[in-house]
Design a binder for this molecule. Structure first.
Ligand SMILES: Cc1cc2nc3c(=O)[nH]c(=O)nc-3n(C[C@H](O)[C@H](O)[C@H](O)COP(=O)(O)OP(=O)(O)OC[C@H]3O[C@@H](n4cnc5c(N)ncnc54)[C@H](O)[C@@H]3O)c2cc1C
Length: 510
């Protein structure tokens, strides 16, 4: 058997037959099998937008060595007596629990919210009636922020290839499309994620893991740097090893950890707003067409920097998606964005945020003060709109800082409150975003026809845990803070990978 790597270019709406015939031409044989290794859209020339597809083909009729096999995560199984308790069922918590259970630990995963079915119901009620549910919402409940996210599986984190491969394979085993292995911009969509998250839970239960929903971690019993018990709303749970992966919305959990001596420091993070456009405007600007056969909506990623000003960038762009009320607490108001796998919605949205250093700009120097500062801002938006309507204006209004025009169309489900949004944001953030919007309007034709809304405050955590090299929290023997809540990871893949690294550190000790 011989092997060959081939790079092909195909039209956006190519068929399987076209792909096979291209491979056939290259190999000069009809007898072959193939695997797609990578697929990315080349949109550099608007007159010739094509897929670039890298193929690994094999056939008895050709020569060539087999491609090198990428090493996979080695989880050493043995019968173990030790108990592990994992807090939070987001990507970090779930994948750490899954790996520990596969290694033979007796693993219990606790989650403050309910299973994904009940969670989806509560979110449906919130979006239809404005009645907020503090147990189940876009931040809390099975699968964490990851479940109702956009499900983009890109990550710029380094040194996580084995963990990434484990996560992608686990998703595919749980029903995700095979294409997430090779797409340059893999995307699951919230509809797929809901099903995947409950199948993953079944897979965890099938290998002996335990899951306790509606179980909030309230306190920890600690002696001489060793945690012995977690005090939860379902009672006291003893364990030998503890991984806490609460995401970065759980302010009271952070406060409890800080009170218990877990060391955090403040770090740079980003805040801003969500921008929204008709998807056709973005398609036209990026592709020169309102739509193209065979592909979903066009994407963008924009940055703006100026000496002496805060850096501004777009983030978590959701083609064909919608803006959602993403608050975790009753009296705060924030927005975020997501999409379904089809990405067929009428609008495109993205965060437009400014990077901020709180100690430099607001003289905030401790983690508790940073949490307080952010919480106050989230409350200010709630107070301003007296609920969950998103304060909003047009991008043109934001740039000119003059009138506030009426907005007729948006994907945001709970209504908009016309507002001088620039006045609700901290002044330096507002100034930077205004400059960013001006720059982006020069770069993307039609950009200033969009709208801008709400507070986007969850693109990254304002605080970061202090860790030993072996992932332990400084001063502790068996406590690991993992995922986005650690301030050292962000996004589905990097948070999941961080959880897996914590699990592997525990396995390495035993
Ligand atoms: C709307 C939206 C869209 C997003 N889109 C993308 C995307 O496309 N791609 C991407 O990579 N990232 C995306 N993200 C970010 C991504 O979802 C997060 O980075 C990721 O989920 C973080 O994983 P985590 O496990 O660290 O935390 P989380 O997913 O936040 O999970 C934490 C879990 O801990 C639970 N918990 C908290 N405190 C306690 C406690 N005291 N006791 C018990 N349980 C507790 C919570 O209920 C939650 O389930 C998006 C986020 C949002 C909100």
């Amino acid at each position: 058997m011989g092997y060959r790597e081939i790079l092909l270019e195909l039209p956006t709406d190519y068929t399987e037959d076209q792909l096979r015939s291209k491979i056939e031409n290259e190999l000069k044989t009809k007898e072959f099998s193939y695997q797609i290794k990578r697929k990315s859209l080349d949109a550099r020339r608007k007159t010739n937008i094509r897929w670039q597809i890298s193929i690994s083909a094999s056939s008895e009729q050709i020569k060539g060595d087999a491609p090198a096999v990428t090493p996979t995560l080695n989880i050493p199984y043995k019968k173990r007596t030790k108990k592990a308790l994992v807090v939070g069922s987001g990507p970090a918590g779930f994948f750490s629990a899954f790996v520990l259970q596969k290694a033979g630990f007796n693993t219990t995963l606790i989650e403050r919210g309910s299973d994904v079915k009940q969670r989806a119901r509560a979110i449906g009620v919130f979006e239809n009636t404005g009645e907020f549910n503090s147990v189940n919402n876009y931040a809390f409940g099975e699968g964490g922020a990851g479940t109702f996210s956009d499900g983009k599986l890109t990550s710029r984190s380094k040194h996580i290839s084995q963990e990434r491969e484990f996560i992608i394979s686990s998703y595919i085993d749980a029903g995700a499309p095979e294409e997430i292995r090779y797409m340059a911009h893999p995307h699951l969509g919230s509809d797929n994620l809901k099903k995947i998250v409950s199948t993953l839970r079944e897979n965890f239960l099938n290998i002996g893991g335990k899951v306790l929903f509606e179980t909030l971690l309230e306190d920890l019993k600690i002696k001489d740097g060793t945690v012995s018990e977690a005090i939860t709303t379902s009672g006291t749970l003893a364990a030998d090893e503890f991984i806490i992966a609460p995401g970065h919305s759980a302010y009271e959990t952070y406060r409890m950890l800080i009170a218990k001596g877990v060391e955090f420091r403040i770090k740079n993070f980003s805040i801003g707003c969500r921008i929204e456009h008709p998807q056709e405007i973005i398609n036209q600007a990026q592709w020169g067409h309102k739509s193209l056969p065979g592909i979903k909506g066009a994407e963008y990623r924009l940055t703006s920097t100026r000496e002496g000003g805060l850096p501004v960038y777009t983030f978590c762009m959701c083609p064909g998606g919608r803006i959602i009320p993403a608050t975790a607490y009753k009296n705060t108001n924030i927005v975020n964005g997501m999409s379904l796998h089809s990405r067929s919605g009428k609008f495109a949205n993205a965060a437009c945020v400014a990077g901020i250093n709180l100690s430099r700009v607001h003289n905030v120097t401790t983690p508790l003060k940073a949490l307080e500062w952010l919480g106050k801002l989230e409350k200010r938006f709630y107070k301003y709109s007296d609920g969950y309507k998103a304060p909003a204006c047009t991008i043109k209004n934001f740039i000119s800082r003059k009138d506030v025009s009426t907005i007729t169309e948006t994907s945001y489900p709970l209504g908009l409150k016309r507002s001088a949004l620039w006045d609700l944001l901290p002044v330096e953030v507002s100034r930077a975003i205004r400059r960013g919007l001006k720059d982006f309007s020069r770069k993307v034709k039609g950009f200033d026809a969009g709208i801008i809304m709400g507070l986007e405050s969850k693109s990254s955590s304002p605080i970061q845990v202090l860790r030993e090299e072996n992932m332990l929290s400084i001063g502790f023997n068996n406590l690991y803070i993992a995922g986005e809540g650690s301030g050292l990871a962000g996004g589905i893949i990097s948070s999941g990978a961080d959880g897996i690294k914590a699990a592997m550190a525990i396995i390495g000790k035993d």
